[in-house]
Design a protein around this ligand. Sequence first.
Ligand code: SF4
Length: 434
Amino acid sequence: MYLNIGVKNPPSQHDRKQIGILTICVVICTKVADQNGFHSTEYEITAQLSKAERQMETFYDFKQQFDWNTVRDSIMSKTQNDVIAALSKQKRTLEDFKALVSPEADSQLEEMAKISHYLTRKRFGNTIQFYVPLYLSNACTNQCVYCGFNTSNKVLRVTLSPTQVLDEVKAIKDLGFGHILLVTGEHPAQSGFEYMNEIVALIRPHFHSVSAEIAPMQVNEYVGLIHEGLDAVYIYQETYHEANYSTYHPGGKKADFRYRLETPDRLGMAGIYKTGLGFLVGLEDWRTEAFFAALHIHYLEKKYWRTRYSLSLPRLRPYAGQFAPKHPATDRNLLQLILAFRIYNEELELSLSTRETPTFRNNIFSLGITLMSAGSKTTPGGYANKINDLEQFSVSDDRTAQEVKDMVKSHGYEVVWKDWDQCITNQKHQPYAE
Ligand code: SF4
């Protein structure tokens, strides 16, 4: 409830009485809320969000109210009692999420795994959705220091022609996939809007759903791609640490932190069916990154509520260059992140890629994951022509899709090869307000 009362300056005796009554009401409401497990900070966040919504601010503006170091210190100060309190609730707040990603939660991983497994099965059933990436182009004008497609790297650049794309489509369809993820580097001239528009229209008849991990675009361009049949866009912020962002992204359009951070807002305005977010685990403190990712999703869910959300947590992998992550995450750390996100947000899709090892994927997929890639090739032409020497990152799980499916089934799960929601609802969202 948000009240807007006109008060003269200085306030009259009548106004002072009204303010006094309202203040008492707010104090009582806050006490009742705290007793029921709602933290006052959560109310502050919700109040701030409402203000952002009214003024049509973007997440960039909204985020300015949260200081990186303050958030990190808050996470590090969480206690065992905070973790236990978070786990005992039915509905968790962002303050609870901080406790779940804090060092103190490490000793509660077993309990967290039980809750996460239960919540995932309750919402998503005994199913795991499979997808496969189709790398269309490795041309890129950006200089991400951790990536093999970095424009400074002297590697052969390839952008698939429509005929080559159809060869890839045939090879992928033969593997059984009905859901495709189109991936490109970020090169406006070679894989920009015109190219993507043509490719989405070309392949849409062959798949139940089409997702893309491509260069950020404008609202009207997203509207055009959605019109051609694009269902989902994955856009990873890589790091929410604005001050250090340029260290990892020194050149190209991607160096613009704000433009990238506002991309999910533009997708929401365009009316996309699903937006995928994520950060690169290892660049900066992953606990603090996790809070900002959770905050971002919280903001988007409130503002663009018709869009579904998905989260990926890619860990830095070796590539044909030199980059050592400053804040590496162990398997146990990554598991904690997955469990924390699931327990905090029961609706969120959580994705796990072939960057991770078969052993890790086998052991943790049932604890919170809903979406897995399988049989992935991370090079343009990798399926039809078996090209492997142009890859963006090393795949750790190089099992075939059939082998991963057999593993999943052996745990009592069914593999979903397409996005059922889209088939069932058979609806496309309209753009939000201009
Ligand atoms: S991460 Fe993406 S944008 Fe950055 S260099 Fe690699 S392909 Fe280009």
